[in-house]
Design a protein around this ligand. Structure first.
Ligand code: GSH
Length: 199
């Protein structure tokens, strides 16, 4: 499983102890352009989730839905400010860190060697390092993204950091992110997600 967005959903489902069936699609599996798949997700992207008759796409939203349905008051905070702290960091992952890190991942991992562009990797790194400095400072004063317990916010950021740490290149040391990420790796529900190679 190589999609960061699929990883989030699988990890959330595992944290929640859900009994789920996973059908491979996207990338080498194809499927996403078939009429049956497009009917579920007109974006032709993975992941898509089906809960009986209810269909949902957008990985962070699926993560929220599963946590709200099965873990309100825990993974999905009920306190409004705690909940929106979690929402804020999930949004940051999707709208700020992921676009910044995209070229680094594609040009070090995804693309064939003859299509890789070192300049684009360097540009991406220059965007990501300050974001990692910010995340490191945030985690210096709390155990998890939103205080002292694991919540839904740790899932997308954890998947993003797994990708950043997995890139075969030098990076600045980030002791607080490293401590937090080690605690995520120790979670049984993160196995089959955070422990897998990037590609
Ligand atoms: N914002 C969407 C993005 C989904 C997305 O970009 N999915 C990629 C894989 S990470 C995809 O489906 N690419 C086409 C393919 O794999 O065939 C989400 O978070 O679910």
């Amino acid at each position: 499983m190589s999609s960061i967005n699929v990883k989030k959903v699988v990890w959330a489902a595992q944290e929640l102890g859900l009994d789920f069936e996973r059908l491979e699609a996207g990338g080498v599996h194809g499927v996403v352009k078939t009429p049956a798949y497009v009917a579920l997700n007109p974006n032709s992207q993975i992941p898509v989730m089906q809960d009986r008759d209810y269909v949902l796409w957008e990985s962070n939203v699926i993560t929220r839905y599963l946590c709200a349905k099965h873990s309100t008051g825990n993974l999905y905070p009920t306190d409004l400010q705690e909940r929106f702290d979690a929402e804020r960091w999930m949004e940051w992952q999707q709208t700020t860190v992921n676009p910044a890190s995209r070229n680094g991942f594609w040009h070090l991992i995804r693309l064939p060697a003859d299509q890789r562009d070192v300049a684009l990797v360097e540009q991406s790194n220059a965007l990501v390092e300050p974001l990692m400095a910010m995340l490191d400072a945030h985690l210096a004063t709390r155990s998890f993204m939103v205080g002292e317990r694991f919540t839904m916010a740790d899932i997308p950021i954890g998947c993003e950091v797994q990708r950043w740490f997995g890139l075969p290149q030098e990076r600045q040391p980030r002791p607080h992110i490293e401590r937090w990420f080690a605690s995520l790796l120790a979670r049984p529900a993160a196995m089959g997600v955070l422990d897998l190679p990037l590609a």
